[in-house]
Design a protein around this ligand. Structure first.
Ligand SMILES: CC[C@@H]1C=C[C@H]2CCN(C(=O)[C@@H]3CC[C@H]4C=C[C@]5(CCCN5C(=O)[C@H](Cc5ccccc5Cl)NC(C)=O)C(=O)N43)[C@@H]2C(=O)N1CC(=O)O
Length: 113
């Protein structure tokens, strides 16, 4: 029993560059959409966010565990963000609907771990 995807959206994955106080696209210089999914491992009851570039090489640009007590901030209807131990992630969603779907799945996952 592997992992099941509980949601799939389109978003540009961003990282906050604390040194220069600016957002940078994860995985490359120019922002481009990724397919972002939340995977659930039922056996271990763990969840993670995995994002792969939509075009070309399907590069993995985020692979981030969802941890108990994590705060998910819906900064704007299209831009949500959270902190992991090392960095701050931001998702610039392709649509408000995608943003709402991801937020619902993310909050379920945070409640379940
Ligand atoms: C992709 C461009 C991007 C698009 C959208 C807007 C939305 C607001 N915004 C920001 O960066 C806001 C403005 C102030 C700045 C200051 C600090 C930041 C940066 C690092 C994290 N942060 C926190 O405020 C965190 C949030 C949090 C709270 C609770 C739980 C988790 C977290 Cl992560 N607060 C803690 C206490 O961590 C931050 O998000 N900031 C984005 C933004 O301007 N742009 C445009 C651009 O940059 O050109």
């Amino acid at each position: 029993m592997g992992e099941t995807s509980i949601c799939q959206v389109r978003a540009t994955v961003m990282l906050y560059d604390d040194t220069n106080k600016r957002w940078v696209p994860a995985g490359s210089e120019n922002p481009s959409f990724s397919r972002v999914q939340i995977y659930h491992n039922a056996a271990a009851n763990t969840y993670r966010v995995v994002g792969r570039k939509i075009q070309a090489d399907q590069q993995v640009v985020i692979n981030c565990a969802i941890i108990r007590g994590m705060k998910y901030n819906q900064a704007t209807p299209n831009f949500h963000q959270w902190r992991d131990p090392k960095q701050v992630w931001g998702l610039n969603f392709g649509s408000k609907e995608d943003a709402a779907a991801f937020a619902a799945a993310m909050m379920r996952a945070i409640d379940a771990v």
